[in-house]
Design a protein around this ligand. Structure first.
Ligand code: FPP
Length: 260
């Protein structure tokens, strides 16, 4: 039994490597954003508590990060907790917060050793103090890393990010740092949560739904969208590489025409 399982694992690794090697390095997405959906359903299908789906989802997160790093992707943004997720049962919200603190503490060294720069974007001030502290520690520890940026969208909502940018613009105008005529797309972008990161080129959503759910509403304007029925805990490097392969077959025109 062990040997069959070993062979299956080796076979999967082989297929992953073949697919990765077939990708065109000159057409890699710089920034991949992921809506990690389907944890709850993954668990319910197995008669397990929903939290188990989030726990196993953490493994999928590690695989996706490793796969993205192997491809030379610069930024991986993951939707970990939305401004709407507070509406979930209290137990689940608390368990998710605990999981985040555990993950931040347990993964810190690994992130550091693998050259991962860790960031978080969202309304972080409204997160529990324990989560804020755990996040701040990993951010500080990994701030000089350059292999890949892992940007965790936490207490994140696209509309609240846009509203916050508008508030910052208004404040700058009222306090005389900006005039109304200075307001353009660049001025707006500079007031979003992570103005230094490039826009996502590829946005993946697992779990079978075909919607954005308030994720990166401004930044995803020209992102290629990739939807898969796979539940997040089952997401493997192979699935990431397949999404990138599909991305590389698409022609991006950014509103212009393809001049071939
Ligand atoms: C969506 O699945 C997933 C989430 C709301 C949380 C994502 C969290 C993880 C992947 C756990 C690890 C996170 C960190 C930061 C360590 P869902 O619960 O909406 O699934 P459903 O649609 O099947 O109910």
């Amino acid at each position: 039994m062990g040997r069959i399982q070993d062979r299956t694992v080796a076979d999967l690794a082989g297929r992953e490597e073949t697919l990765r090697a077939a990708l065109d390095p000159s057409r890699m997405p710089r920034h991949i954003a992921v809506i990690m959906d389907g944890n709850g359903r993954w668990a319910e299908l197995r008669g397990l508590p929903r939290l188990e789906g989030h726990r196993v989802g953490r493994e999928a997160l590690r695989r996706a990060l490793e796969g993205a790093r192997e491809c030379g992707v610069e930024v991986l943004t993951l939707y970990a907790f939305s401004t709407e997720n507070w509406r979930r049962p209290r137990d689940e919200v608390e368990a998710l917060m605990t999981l985040m603190v555990e993950a931040a503490k347990e993964e810190a060294l690994d992130l550091q050793q693998n050259g991962v720069r860790f960031r978080a974007s969202g309304l972080l001030d409204a997160m529990p103090p324990g989560v804020q502290a755990a996040i701040a520690q990993v951010v500080a520890l990994t701030q000089r890393n350059t292999q890949i940026t892992l940007n965790l969208a936490l207490n994140y909502g696209g509309r609240s990010e846009i509203t916050e940018a508008a508030r910052r613009l208004a404040r700058d105008v009222v306090e005389g740092r900006l005039t109304v005529a200075d307001i353009d797309e660049r001025a707006f972008e500079r007031r979003l949560f992570a103005p230094d990161l490039p826009d996502p080129d590829l946005l993946i959503r697992t779990g079978g739904e075909h919607r954005l759910s308030n994720f990166l509403l401004w930044q995803a304007a020209y992102a290629e969208l990739y939807f898969t029925d796979i539940h997040w805990p089952d997401f493997r490097k192979l699935d990431l590489f397949e999404a990138i392969r599909r991305f590389q077959t698409r022609t991006r025109r950014f509103g212009g025409v393809d001049l071939g």
